[in-house]
Design a protein around this ligand. Sequence first.
Ligand code: MG
Length: 160
Amino acid sequence: MTKKLLGVDVGGVIIDRQNDQTDTSFFGPNFLATTAVPGVFECLQQLHRNGYHIHLVSKCGPTTQQRTLQWLDHHRFFERTGVKPQDVHFCLTRAEKAPICTAQRITHFVDDRLDVLDYLKDVDQLLLFQPNHKDERRWRSSPQRAKLVNHWPEVVRLLS
Ligand SMILES: [Mg+2]
């Protein structure tokens, strides 16, 4: 059986952008209180049980990297999902997600940005997760390799 390696973005896929303009914004002082995307813990746990080896691949600067690690720890992300702390990867540009995916032999990737998915030439299955209006319009305007998904249970269904 071929190994199933799933890459998952963090901002807008694990950490919910609904917080952005509120007092629980991930970019404000209450970042540990920023909420997760509904269902993400349960669905990642399910995918882990279904045989997916899961990597997190996040583009952000050093401050947000530290905040992300603290947030994951605070929300007991690793215990709740089965993801291993050593499988968290950070990079500074969107394009750099591609060599990370190639090095980890990632076969499936979930991201909320279409331009990120455009870079991932070596990944078989691309899922565009809850995109913003601009990305959704672009997704609809021309044929795309990526499938559009609206919530985590839909990701689990598609990857089963
Ligand atoms: Mg994102």
